[in-house]
Ligand binder design. Structure first.
Ligand SMILES: Cc1cc2nc3c(=O)[nH]c(=O)nc-3n(C[C@H](O)[C@H](O)[C@H](O)COP(=O)(O)OP(=O)(O)OC[C@H]3O[C@@H](n4cnc5c(N)ncnc54)[C@H](O)[C@@H]3O)c2cc1C
Length: 282
């Protein structure tokens, strides 16, 4: 029986596993191998890891986990989380096995829903981005356009001290990377730039929130309190997939996910502690 099964091994799940490992709690960390930032060569705005490949960041985190013998890491997808009445949960895995556990920490992230525009999938994370905090500085002194959206004016203002030029373009209909830059077409008009910023919708990457009937926010994120507790006792959530009640909008970054993972792990530990009788010696 595990104390906690952590589903997802991006920054949120990796940090949660480290926190639980340091407390010597039997923990299973599951990873299906699909990460939101997989298309990028480097993550930015991450203390001590600015510019590091995201795969290297995860590799280093896994190396650190080896110090904690109570943490078992498995590159296996979870399929279903079953409730066991008052006795916790059982996580059914893709290899046919099941992992019984007192608590489950969901850290499965979001899946980006890229618009069906020729060239978009190829350029996503390379010359097309969403977050100026993550990929703005790398475009300093270069040509940037922002696709029209409610936040476009703010993005333009953010890029004024960074980019050589920044403009808003109407809905993008095609993209092509050529030697002179990224060709961004909106209908018949095309501009040649170095970077394009767009707003992209996202959805839960895994089915567990729906399976468990968790309360959701309008943003499509799982509703959690500031310590990662969901609407179902024993189920915790951290990272991009969750939104705390004190957040007006979800915050999606490596450090925010790791921070949420740490807090949710402490909540999961509290849950486990409060389920057992504590022996008091006189
Ligand atoms: C293009 C792009 C670039 C970005 N660049 C930056 C940046 O430079 N700096 C920054 O701070 N942030 C950046 N971000 C945001 C950052 O990547 C996310 O905020 C962060 O990865 C969220 O971490 P997470 O742990 O919640 O989810 P993820 O990192 O997406 O990890 C999800 C985990 O869940 C696992 N999983 C999913 N389903 C299952 C299942 N059924 N069973 C088992 N495991 C499962 C996956 O395999 C993975 O291990 C970027 C995002 C994008 C889209």
């Amino acid at each position: 029986m595990f104390d906690v099964v952590v589903i997802g091994a991006g920054p949120a799940g990796l940090q949660a596993a480290q926190t639980l490992g340091r407390m010597h709690r039997p923990t299973l960390l599951l990873d299906s191998g699909s990460y939101r930032n997989a298309p990028v060569d480097a993550v930015h705005n991450v203390l001590t890891a600015d510019g590091r490949p995201p795969a290297r960041l995860r590799e280093l985190a896994r190396q650190e986990l080896r110090a904690y013998r109570d943490v078992q890491v498995s590159d296996t997808a979870a399929l279903v989380v079953d409730r066991h009445g008052g006795d916790g949960f059982s996580v059914r895995l893709a290899d046919g096995s099941s992992a019984p556990t007192r608590a489950v920490l969901l850290a499965t992230g979001l899946r980006d829903l890229l618009p069906d525009v020729p060239g978009m999938a190829e350029q996503w994370g390379r010359t097309v981005f969403m977050c100026p905090f993550c990929h703005g500085h790398e475009l300093h002194g270069r040509r940037v356009v922002v696709e029209e959206n409610p936040a476009a004016r703010d993005l333009v203002a953010m890029f004024e001290p960074i980019a050589r030029s920044v403009d808003v373009v109407p809905t993008v209909t095609a993209l092509a990377k050529r030697p002179d830059g990224l060709h961004v077409s909106s209908g018949r008009s095309t501009v040649v730039v170095d970077g394009l910023f767009v707003h992209v919708e996202a959805e839960q990457a895994a089915p567990f929130a729906a399976q468990l009937g968790l309360e959701m926010r309008d943003t499509g994120c799982i509703a959690v309190d500031s310590h990662g507790r969901t609407s179902v006792p024993g189920i915790f959530a951290a990272g991009d997939l969750a939104q705390a009640d004190d957040m007006t909008a979800p915050v999606h970054s490596v450090l925010a996910a790791a921070y949420a993972g740490q807090l949710a792990a402490t909540s999961a530990l509290q849950h486990v502690l409060h389920r057992r009788d504590v022996r008091v010696t006189s």
